[in-house]
Design a protein around this ligand. Structure first.
Ligand code: NAD
Ligand code: UFG
Length: 338
């Protein structure tokens, strides 16, 4: 079992991954600047795993603090979730995105090099495929970026490939997540965006809870079966388990690897509304509005490589994703009667 540093460990995907990795016996140290998360999430994490997880409050651009954390906890491997993730915001604040994401990754690599820690899992995204040229998306699909967030992910992936080429000690996996949704079964951790949500699932949840009046569906004239956008929604616990499988894979293999974490199933916005209504017993009123700038019609994974290399497949279904999102939201006490 390894001693792991999880950057961004107080956030949505990082916290679920910390639970999975800790439960299978890894020793986990969390590192986060809490810019998009809270100490409450850390307390809930401790409750789920039944022990205290060491936490360091710090920015990934603080190379000295990272290096001393790696050394003092004798860290074997790093899982790097920390970063900013809103596509729209990245267009308004590109400098913040390159600073947090790209500069943050450089700082982490410097600290790892200093301490001779050479195993790294990086949170990448299906956004690196840009506008799909064919579907489903496999890892050999050409990469491109249409916004600063996507470009920051792509730049980091390319940087990591160079790093892995430079020295055979490096073991690096770039996990390209599709659309993570859902929450841990305890309902103690989940996705809780601040302000009005940008993403579909948290928005649907707020409509069902009566906090937003209607869902705006961004276009119903796409060349898809019902005209609405199609994505590969994947349960966050499946994504978390994908990290455990990737860590195991890296213990046997060196080099750089890009691997999709998706289900292979494309679901339309209307299918998501329908599934959520069934899982929650609530209505999700919607209206169709104009397409959102930058959206693609369809995006879903070819999950073959993760199955082959990692022996990992998404196991949870759409009902699990919707029901756990709803349970988590109810547990936060924000849902009102309909
Ligand atoms: P999140 O915002 O919930 O978690 C990110 C965490 O990183 C937060 O706790 C935040 O406080 C922390 N953080 C941000 N900048 C930091 C910095 N400079 N130093 C230290 N900590 C910092 O986001 P998430 O949904 O859990 O995403 C985790 C990673 O996965 C991100 O890199 C994101 O780009 C990537 N990703 C997410 C999705 C998605 O749909 N959620 C999809 C693809 C890829
Ligand atoms: N949608 C709506 N109404 C909303 C929100 C979304 O109709 O209020 C639609 C979108 O048009 C799209 C689908 O729901 O068809 C999914 O949209 P999301 O914003 O939930 O997800 P995206 O696929 O656009 O983007 C997400 C992350 C990106 C990441 C990408 C691939 O936000 O950071 O998945 O991993 F890059």
């Amino acid at each position: 079992m390894s001693r792991l540093l999880i950057t961004g460990g107080a956030g949505y995907i990082g916290s679920h991954s910390a639970v999975v990795l800790s439960k299978i016996g890894h020793q986990v140290v969390l590192y986060d600047n809490l810019s998009n998360s809270s100490r409450a999430a850390l307390e809930n994490l401790d409750q789920i795993v039944g022990q205290h997880m060491p936490f360091v409050k710090g920015d990934v651009r603080n190379t000295e603090l990272l290096a001393s954390t790696l050394a003092s906890h004798s860290i074997d491997a790093v899982i790097h979730f920390a970063g900013l993730k809103s596509v729209g915001e990245s267009t308004d604040k590109p400098i913040d995105y390159y600073a947090n994401n790209v500069q943050g990754a450089i700082s982490l690599l410097q600290a790892m090099q200093m301490q001779r820690v050479t195993t790294l899992i990086f949170s990448s995204s299906a956004t690196v495929y840009g506008n799909p040229q064919y579907l489903p998306l496999d890892e050999t699909h050409p990469t491109s970026a249409t916004n600063p967030y996507g470009r920051s992910k792509l730049q980091i992936e390319e940087m990591l490939r160079d790093v892995a080429k430079s020295d055979p000690n490096w073991r690096i996996a770039c996990l390209r997540y599709f659309n993570p949704v859902g929450a841990h079964e305890s309902s103690l951790i989940g996705e809780s965006p601040t302000g009005i949500p940008n993403n579909l699932m948290p928005y649907i949840v707020q409509v069902a809870a009566g906090q937003q009046a209607t869902l705006s569906i961004f276009g119903d004239d796409y060349p898809t079966p019902d005209g609405t956008g199609v994505r590969d929604y994947i349960h966050v616990m499946d994504v978390a388990e994908g990290h455990a499988a990737a860590l195991d894979f890296l213990s046997k293999t060196n080099g750089w690897h890009a691997i999709n974490l998706g289900t292979g199933n494309g679901r339309s916005v209307l299918e998501m509304v329908d599934a959520f209504e069934k899982a929650s017993g609530r209505k999700v009123p919607y209206r169709v509005v104009a397409r959102r700038v930058g959206d693609v019609a369809e995006c879903y994974a070819n999950p073959h490589k993760s199955d082959q290399l990692l022996g990992w497949k998404a196991a949870r279904n759409l009902d699990d994703m919707c029901a756990s999102s709803w349970q988590f939201h109810k547990a936060t006490g924000l849902a009102v009667s309909q």
